[in-house]
Write a protein of this length. Structure first.
Length: 150
């Protein structure tokens, strides 16, 4: 397996592998103690999905949903943008991911955005429904950052 440099872009799968490479030397993620990540962890356990303590549980749930065909935008030409964003987020520091996801300029303050996702996760009826909520939050934030995706 060739070595990837952090400044190189790649396919989503390459970005995912790169993130796992860097996270393998890391400590467990303290952000996973936040309620929204604990709720995501519950859904991952119910889905019998692998749970990595070195990855954010909300991001793991988003990837699990993506791998299980959860799509939040019906336009297929937008799917690649979300998949790439998930790959990029996988390579970020966990605190930066949490800040980015919940700092949507088109929404209320960050605490309220996080609380909204927590309510969604608590009210979800299945792991797929929970994953769609996380993917929707990421997609909404991505659209705010890149208006051409609207």
């Amino acid at each position: 397996m060739p070595y990837w440099y952090p400044w190189e872009d790649g396919t989503p799968e390459q970005l995912r592998r790169k993130a796992k490479f860097y996270q393998s030397a890391a400590l467990p993620v303290p952000q996973n103690n936040r309620l929204v990540n604990r709720a995501a962890w519950r859904w991952l356990k119910e889905a019998k999905a692998p749970v990595d303590p070195y990855s954010l549980h909300v991001l793991t749930l988003a990837w699990w949903g993506w791998d299980n065909e959860v799509r939040v935008d019906r336009r297929k030409n937008r799917w690649e943008a979300l998949e790439l964003q998930l790959g990029y987020l996988s390579g970020w520091k966990p605190e930066d991911v949490m800040e980015w996801v919940f700092e949507n300029p088109d929404g209320p303050d960050a605490e309220e955005q996080e609380e909204s996702l927590l309510i969604w996760l608590k009210g979800a009826r299945s792991p797929l429904s929970a994953a769609s909520g996380v993917l929707e939050a990421i997609w909404s934030r991505q659209q705010a950052a890149y208006p051409s995706l609207r």
